[in-house]
Design a protein around this ligand. Sequence first.
Ligand code: FEO
Ligand code: CA
Ligand code: CA
Ligand code: CA
Length: 673
Amino acid sequence: ANTGSTLSQPIGFSSVPASTRALNVSLGGSATAVLDKVVVPTGYTAQLLVAWGDPIMPGGTAFAGDASESASQQERQYGAHTDGMHFFPFAGAGGLPSSERGILCANNEYTHEDILYSNGMSAGYNIAKTRKSQAAHGVSVLEIRRSNGKWQVVKNSPFGRRITANTLCKVSGPAAGHALLKSRKFSITPAGSVDTGTLNDGYTAYGTINNCAHGVTPWGTYLSCEENWNGYFGSRSGSLPAVGASEDGKNFNRYGVSVTGFGYRWHETDPRFDVSSNPLEPNLQGWVVEIDPMNPSAAPIKRTALGRFKHESAQYVVDAQNNIAFYMGDDERSEYIYKFVCEGKYNPTNRAANRNLLDSGVLYVARFDANLSGQWIALLPGTVGVDGKALRDNPNFMGANDAEVLAKILIKTRMAADAVGATMMDRPEWTGARPRIKGFQEIEVYCTLTNNSNRGRSGGVKVNNPDGSTAGGTARPLTDAANPRANNVYGHIIRWRESGRTVTATSFAWDLFVQAGDSATTTLTPKSQYEGNIVDSPNGSADYGAPDGLWFDPFGRMWVQTDQQGDGGGNWVNIGANSMVCADPATGETRRFLTGPNHCEVTGVTMSPDGKTMFVGVQHPGEDATYTNPTEYSNWPQGQWSVASDGVTPLPAGRPRSGVVVITKDDGGLIGT
Ligand code: FEO
Ligand code: CA
Ligand code: CA
Ligand code: CA
């Protein structure tokens, strides 16, 4: 049982109020919006650090304001829709990590196509628009420093870098070189992608897309996780191979590759994304990508040993024996939680010795049993599935030898997890590990389960057909102990403790840390399904829903960020805008630290080593805005910061812009105390 706080610093601030429509009205604002600004507790200040379109590397141009930038300009500017991030400090005084200068790596998950271009998405759609969209995706690497008390981007830093949907990457690990990764090889230029008539070598990929959350390694590299990559592909022929008729058909079906994708139009102008002529390209997405922030010329490396799915984040834990594992969620309704245990041990004294630790080890998937115990099931050729057959004898993974079987398991990880009977979860988002401090020695890992509208309704139950199809077969239960709500509007957070305090354990004990909810709601019934059990602090309610970002600071405090509709309507009347709360993992006590602007998601959080600066991401403010009325739903950040206070020019023809805020305590103290 978790009795007694293990925090090394207290949670000392007073909750900010929920940013509801009612609060907005009381302050003179619209009755159909929440506050269009970032709110932090009394005694704290939030300032804009960087936003979409700001220059971050040599040659970068200032944000034009009307989104008239070309693709090549966007390639030197901060990308769109910021998500997971991490601050990598430079060495400071005495060789200690600096809290004033370092590299910020941040994911740029996706784009809002209608505001990405000065004339909207549909007018004259062409390859130039595709290239700009591709350039706004990926990862931004930027040098930041604090001078005269103010954090700023070092705009001409040699460390500044954009990794986009077209950046040359390496592919490594057990699946590298497999025939399923040999897509068509294109010559990629601003004017288009030209088929060279040859195939890629299976060790090469171009670009990374839909980089949602992230991870880091203890050897100082950044991990960017490819989430909803399937939505960027389409079929110009208008059809896809039938499910069950071919390996591609099963694979497309199980990962959601479709004829039109999410409405991006890349495949219309860039044949690399047309699966009717380049069907293996999707196999080069869906990986965890390792990036060295200190080496701008090093190619990002897609680490196939960690499996291919819709990766959300990758949280590492090193145990007392220096075994190292990475905990990962696959964010889609009724998908799974995984861990990858490296074969080699972490070497804390020799960075180079860890360079390829992510290339060999065992990938496991979690089964959460009703008795609050669980099993890690190895996804290996000899593992016997629920059909009584070893994976090597399953038609999806058969190969010339076990090395090929393993490659196929890693490329079609979801199907392998189906075959072994893993537990389908309510959209696994971020994972986080509780620090082992103040006498706490357990390996305790948390995962946000953001919501699930499919449980409890007919047709919403997935089955485990070996061909990846979803009809007939063996249906899974509507709800289970680990996912107990039939209509999980507000989400929950699960946690588990590894047996024997080692990351190599194959069993664990689990419980639910919290069921999020709206304790004041009167509109949803039954109330017991929706009120949740968030432990409020003495100074008021901290209700939240749709937990997504989850991160432990070095002082043992858990920070949770949310991703719901963000406009205070519908089921969110009392919860209001998206928020970031801080919780004590032992007592559950929760306080609301930050509320975000209208129609934004709050995602991405990191701190300087001294704990006195926090960086928080604001994604997609004004998510429903259009280019004809870009400020209709949000004018953030232009409306919030004036020239006088922050040097940000208000832009009359502006766009709502995703970005990163930097938060400090006015007395110079530790964040959160
Ligand atoms: Fe991109 Fe699962 O959030
Ligand atoms: Ca997320
Ligand atoms: Ca989310
Ligand atoms: Ca969102």
